[in-house]
Write a protein of this length. Structure first.
Length: 304
């Protein structure tokens, strides 16, 4: 595995435009359109936590974090189609403030972030990744939000979908690299074994493709993380609805290289400080996801 001296700065992924039907913008007083931003106060540096940082991060004064750009309200592109905003950028920047470092956000594809963290391409990553046992063998997670998986469907069809079992005979969109790909594949096998109509899995490289497929009728449903499913349902003004009940409750975690034990301690400590001083709750409220709040910043707290 490459050492820290070989860490390369990651190239930003091509910015993705969120489907216009599903993502809102707000016009500010000056006539400039912008997506809602969090207004969390500047955090004070904690010298003890800063001292836990690896020397190269502390010396250069910056932390490289992989982020997504297409999973609102956790991450999305601002109206300039370049700046990443959302609950996750707000959280990792606040963590950086407590650690006394600037956070350099690098847009990355979801299925590349584990490899990027393991190779030291990124110091950390925060991208709506479930803290699952099988992933803990590759990276360490500092959990920052409780969540689940849910189904999004067209308004009229949503009432007939009660669980993954109801998706037999449907075309279902999922984002590449996510746990929902495995969920839908397993359900497709169950549909076939039961002699039910075929479930066709449509895998897209990002959630934008999933939402566009649903919007254009190519897909009958999208299976993804509950926060973004609920967000898209709310923003569609009734065109799409959540279907059935959420399932598989696990936390999202900040990914850190397993070798970087003191960095794990520093990030966990900074996140706990945000929880204790109320800034964490403010960020979640600003992005309308307060139900995901944790009381403690746990390490590898996922159970499945």
């Amino acid at each position: 595995m490459p050492g820290r001296h070989t860490r390369a700065r990651a190239a930003a992924a091509t910015p993705l435009a969120i489907a216009a039907l599903l993502v809102p913008t707000v016009t500010a007083c000056g006539g400039t359109a912008t997506v809602h931003r969090s207004k969390v106060p500047q955090q004070h540096v904690d010298p003890a936590l800063r001292a836990l940082l690896p020397p190269d991060i502390r010396d250069k004064g910056s932390l490289i974090s992989a982020v997504g750009n297409d999973y609102p309200p956790l991450s999305l592109l601002d109206i300039d189609n370049k700046t990443v905003i959302g609950a996750e950028p707000d959280l990792i920047r606040a963590v950086g403030q407590i650690l006394g470092v600037r956070v350099h956000l690098v847009q990355a594809n979801f299925d590349s972030i584990i490899g990027g963290v393991r190779s030291h391409r990124y110091d950390v990553a925060i991208q709506a990744m479930l803290d699952k046992k099988e992933r803990q063998s590759q990276v360490t997670f500092v959990d920052y939000m409780k969540t689940s998986s849910s189904i999004l469907a067209a308004g009229k069809a949503a009432g007939n979908i009660h669980s993954l079992t109801s998706l037999c005979g449907s075309q279902v969109a999922v984002e590449q690299g996510t746990s929902q790909v495995d969920d839908v594949a397993a359900q497709a096998d169950k549909c076939a074994a039961a002699g039910k109509p075929e479930l066709e899995k449509l895998v897209f490289p990002d959630s934008v493709g999933c939402f566009q497929a649903l919007s254009t009728g190519r897909a009958d449903a999208f299976v993804g993380g509950t926060p973004t499913v609920v967000y898209q349902a709310q923003m569609s003004h009734g065109r799409f609805r959540t279907a059935g009940e959420p399932y598989r409750f696990l936390p999202y975690g900040i990914l850190i290289n397993k070798e970087e034990r003191t960095l794990v301690r520093a990030v966990r400590g900074a996140l706990q400080k945000l929880i204790d001083n109320g800034a964490y709750a403010k960020i979640l409220r600003e992005w309308n996801i307060p139900s995901g709040a944790l009381k403690r910043a746990t390490v590898n707290g996922g159970a499945a």
